[in-house]
Design a protein around this ligand. Structure first.
Ligand code: SF4
Length: 272
């Protein structure tokens, strides 16, 4: 069976590479997809459905929609689209929105609290639905924006893992779209006529200002250097810990060895 379009073939190839690179899907898995109704989660479940029909291994998929309780959220559209396609679907109504209003500390952001609360609900639902893995729709642009956000605003050099085991070892979170761009996810949703709905969260517009700025920066850079994104995602898989300043990675003796091995790193003597 071939792919419907060249775009689908390209996305399938990239998702398969991620699955292989990070061992994201295994025989017998039940993959629970966090389906918000945004373009990324739609693209994810659609391509997993396509891959499931072609894969040499057996795995099942269940879509889970976590409704944060914001007025106007069209979760019924998500349910209807899943039903039309024969996808196993579970909807969970929560009061996450109200809890955020209540519990938000001054040093926290709504988005980080929201992410923690949603993660808790997803872990509970994974047990309830018998899922062995939780798949999230983060794509290539999310990965590289997160690196820059952490670099510019959080003083840390980190992105997101493509595969993460929870602290208690009970859950595995996977991100099969790590090599798929946001543009591809958007176009794929349109091509497959998936109904994109907004999260209706009042924070949505303002709180992503830093992310929007980083997005613009990458777009500007890409105009001048079209391979910037490709280079950034490649860099995440090509880390040279000895060329960083983290002493947990580079005990003092190791740094000395590195400098000796590479004379160009020895600072020039400043003469007075
Ligand atoms: S914008 Fe709203 S829904 Fe999205 S992560 Fe932030 S708080 Fe949660």
């Amino acid at each position: 069976m071939g792919y419907r379009t060249p775009l689908e073939a390209r996305i399938a190839k990239k998702a398969t590479k991620a699955i292989t690179d990070f061992n994201l899907v295994e025989d017998g898995d039940r993959i629970m997809v966090g389906l918000s109704g945004g373009k990324d989660s739609w693209a994810l479940i659609q391509i997993l459905d396509v891959l499931q029909q072609r894969a040499p291994i057996d795995f099942s998929i269940v879509a889970v929609n976590v409704d944060s309780g914001y007025e106007g959220y069209q979760h019924t559209q998500v349910a209807a689209a899943c039903q039309e396609r024969g996808w196993d679907f579970h909807s969970e109504h929560t009061t996450i929105g109200a809890v955020i209003d209540d519990k938000l500390e001054s040093d926290d952001t709504p988005c980080s609290l929201c992410a923690r609360l949603r993660r808790g609900v997803l872990y509970r639902l994974a047990k309830q639905t018998g899922a062995t893995k939780i798949a999230l729709g983060h794509h290539l642009d999310d990965f590289i924006e997160t690196v820059l956000l952490n670099l510019f605003f959080a003083g840390a050099l980190k992105a997101m893992p493509a595969r993460l085991t929870s602290d208690n070892g009970q859950h595995v979170v996977i991100r099969p779209l790590v090599y798929v761009t946001e543009e591809e996810a958007r176009a794929y949703c349109k091509e497959r006529e998936l109904p994109i709905i907004g999260c209706c969260c009042p924070a949505c517009g303002d709180l992503s200002l830093q992310r929007q700025r980083v997005k613009r920066l990458i777009v500007e850079l890409e105009r001048e250097h079209p391979n910037v994104k490709a280079s950034m995602i490649k860099a995440l898989g090509n880390v040279m810990p000895r060329h960083l300043l983290d002493r947990r990675l580079n005990p003092i003796g190791e740094i000395t060895a590195s400098v000796v091995a590479e004379p160009s790193l020895i600072p020039l003597t400043v003469r007075s």
